[in-house]
Design a protein around this ligand. Structure first.
Ligand code: UDP
Length: 474
């Protein structure tokens, strides 16, 4: 059925809950905007961050944003050991504090003029489904990582004994995925033992999955279907035989894809403030495709020695660079680096990443391969130098290099450091080398396919349409 604002008689109200980090807020907010564009009333719910305020822009406007005022700072210590337990303590505390607050919020909404019909919740809080059921409304998880990674988590969830079972194997073979080396698995599954409590977080996303009728994720069908590998049932196809999965991405502002949503020019909720004027002016002064943009996202904390290698790698490449170094990372830069390289580079504490990636001066993106950054580069067709750090990033890097052919992975030495020579070689190869030519051709192909997916009648558009139609007649 074709849905338009005209034939939606009364607005159905839907709530979407996001964990308050940039990499979750961005895709969930974009999904909200797409739902609002189909005539739904949409409220995005998150929490107020203790450390930073959310800066809201005009782009949010079709979506109501409500922030639960909860105190997530005083985490009781239930265990004394390592980082693992701190993370576990945090998520236990998060549930204790957020669950009652979210329940109170929904209860309040139920007696409003627009009682909500549905809750889309961040897949890392599967317990949100129990809350909605209490109010007689249905829910569905939203996954913020690639479907290939989630396929792995699902398979491990079904067979927990597989975790850490791969240490001795050179290659890992899993249904629907290309053969993967150990260091191409999500870091929580590669046996390295870092953050073991986060394994539970990833696997438990599937703990109550048989109770839901939809699983949304931020990707598009072709991106995870067309591996070109004979005899492999691809992740989306394979998962669709197991679960009701729906790809609704790429979840990036419409301006950079189909341009069908008015005013959807940026994400609209920022945890950091960009200094737009400085870097846009700087980029404007450069030749087309002459700059490498470098960013490791909103969370990654690099070793000081790694930051130094990146700094000298950029300098040695002799290519113009724009580097995002968050304030919390800035003391890891070599002394006087910004001053010494001011002819060639600019270091900023945050930027509007999509605006930068889409700028004609940018020819390459050196990235930690967070899923949003990966999708953004794919969607605007910017070739990548991949420098994954942890979680899903090594797997995303594998796909960037070997499956979609849109970048090159800069490889670590035996001590786990990517050296300056390797960085400079990869940058030059992607920007100016023979391999770069092929990478640019592939980037253009994937950019077109990303647009096609969200455009009218594309796979993503159809999936969203189908969900909205069901919701209207629930
Ligand atoms: N981002 C941004 N400005 C920056 C760096 C990052 O707007 O200077 C945005 C980026 O566009 C992406 C998000 O922050 O949407 C980071 O998400 P990702 O999944 O790539 O990585 P994470 O921060 O979760 O590790």
């Amino acid at each position: 059925m074709e849905i338009s604002e005209q034939n939606v008689k009364s607005k159905a109200h839907i709530l979407c809950y996001s964990f308050a980090v940039q990499g979750h807020l961005n895709p969930i907010l974009q999904f909200c905007k797409r739902l609002a564009s189909k005539g739904l009333k949409v409220t995005l719910v998150s929490t107020i961050s203790a450390s930073s305020k959310l800066i809201k822009t005009q782009s949010c406007s079709p979506v109501d944003v409500e922030l639960l005022d909860v105190d997530l700072r005083d985490i009781p210590k239930t265990s004394k050991e390592c980082e693992r337990d701190e993370t576990q303590d945090y998520f236990e505390h998060y549930k204790t504090v957020v669950a009652p607050s979210l329940a109170a919020f929904i209860e309040n909404q139920m007696s409003s003029n627009y009682p909500p019909k549905f809750l889309v919740y961040d897949s890392i809080i599967p317990w949100a489904l129990d809350i909605t059921k209490r109010f007689g409304i249905d829910g569905a998880p939203f996954f913020t990582q690639s479907w290939s990674c989630n396929t792995m988590y699902y398979q491990f969830y079904r067979e927990k004994s597989k975790v850490n079972a791969f240490e001795d194997q050179a290659m890992v073979l899993l249904p629907s995925l290309p053969p993967l080396k150990i260091n191409e698995l999500p870091s929580f599954l590669n046996g390295s033992g870092t953050y073991p409590s986060l394994i539970d977080l990833c696997l438990n996303q599937f703990s109550n999955i048989e109770e839901v009728n939809w699983l949304f994720f931020s990707s598009f069908d072709k991106l995870e279907e067309e591996f070109g590998l004979a005899n492999f049932l691809q992740p989306i196809t394979w998962m669709a035989t197991q679960l009701p999965v729906k790809a609704i991405g790429p979840t990036i502002p419409s301006k950079y894809l189909d341009n069908r949503l008015k005013n959807d020019k940026d994400y609209g909720l920022n945890l950091f403030k960009p200094n737009t004027e400085t870097y846009l002016k700087w980029l404007d002064s450069k030749q087309p495709a002459s700059v490498i943009y470098v960013s490791f996202g909103s969370l990654a904390a690099l070793e000081k020695s790694q930051m130094e290698e990146i700094a000298w790698g950029l300098k040695n490449s002799n290519i113009f660079f724009l580097w995002v170094v968050r304030e919390s990372e800035s003391d890891k830069l070599p002394k006087n680096f910004s001053e010494e390289t001011s002819e060639k580079g600019l270091v900023v504490s945050w930027c509007s990443q999509l605006e930068v990636l889409a700028h004609e001066s940018v020819g390459c993106f050196m990235t930690h391969c967070g899923w949003n950054s990966t999708l953004e580069a794919v969607s605007v067709g910017v070739p990548m130098v991949a420098m994954p750090q942890w979680t899903d990033q090594p797997t995303n890097a594998k796909f960037i290099e070997d499956v979609w052919g849109v970048g090159m992975r800069a490889r670590e030495n035996g001590e786990g450091i990517v050296k300056r020579e390797e960085i400079a070689v990869c940058i030059r190869e992607v920007m100016e080398g023979e391999r770069g030519k092929e990478i640019k051709r592939n980037s253009k192909k994937w950019k077109d396919l990303a647009k096609e997916a969200v455009d009218e009648g594309g796979s993503t558009d159809k999936n969203i349409q189908e969900f909205v139609a069901k919701l209207l007649y629930m």
